[in-house]
Design a protein around this ligand. Structure first.
Ligand SMILES: C[S@@+](CC[C@H](N)C(=O)[O-])C[C@H]1O[C@@H](n2cnc3c(N)ncnc32)[C@H](O)[C@@H]1O
Length: 153
């Protein structure tokens, strides 16, 4: 799916760790990372600079209105982004517009409704103990972390 010369759009690139990884695969291609948050873009720019990834460009753009012509990319990817969007279907439609006709739109998200969070009774008790200390309803006895570590092994 990803060739050495692929043109990739990383939607909602966050800190750009994935964009930099993609850029290594597509070392003769190009990765465009877009974000809506200036602060995160600054972090992304630092990641790209630190990696020396000359084939990554970052832009402050929204997935809902991609400023790219139809079919501009070989791959359009969104990792853990759709769960934050009010209209993921519109977002994916826009991603599909920006990918070439036989290209790939790839989306990875968590399905929280099928996740199971399982902790042992001892771990839950240790967490309640910690919360009581934090709230000041129990005196700290200095072994909070080790007690939690033992209980949650
Ligand atoms: C959970 S982070 C995932 C970051 C990155 N893809 C990763 O997996 O490391 C979701 C990102 O989507 C961005 N985002 C939210 N709405 C967006 C939009 N309309 N267009 C582009 N990015 C958006 C957020 O700013 C945030 O950085």
């Amino acid at each position: 799916m990803i060739e050495s010369d692929s043109r990739i759009l990383d939607v909602g690139c966050g800190p750009a760790s994935i964009a930099v990884g993609l850029a290594r695969w597509a070392h003769s291609g190009h990765v465009t990372g877009i974000e809506v948050t200036d602060e995160i873009l600054a972090t992304a720019a630092a990641t790209v600079a630190e990696a020396g990834a000359a084939n990554v460009t970052l832009a402050n753009e929204s997935v809902y209105e991609l400023p790219y012509d139809d079919g501009s990319f070989d791959v359009v990817y969104a990792h853990q982004v759709c769960q934050h969007l009010s209209d993921p279907v519109a977002a994916i439609s826009e991603m599909a517009r920006a990918v070439r006709p036989d290209g790939r739109v790839a989306v990875r998200d968590s399905d929280y409704s099928t996740m199971i969070f399982q902790v042992s009774a001892a771990c839950a008790a240790a967490a309640r103990y910690e919360m009581a200390i934090i709230r000041g309803t129990l005196p700290a006895r200095g072994r909070m972390a080790s007690r939690r570590r033992r209980a949650c092994r």
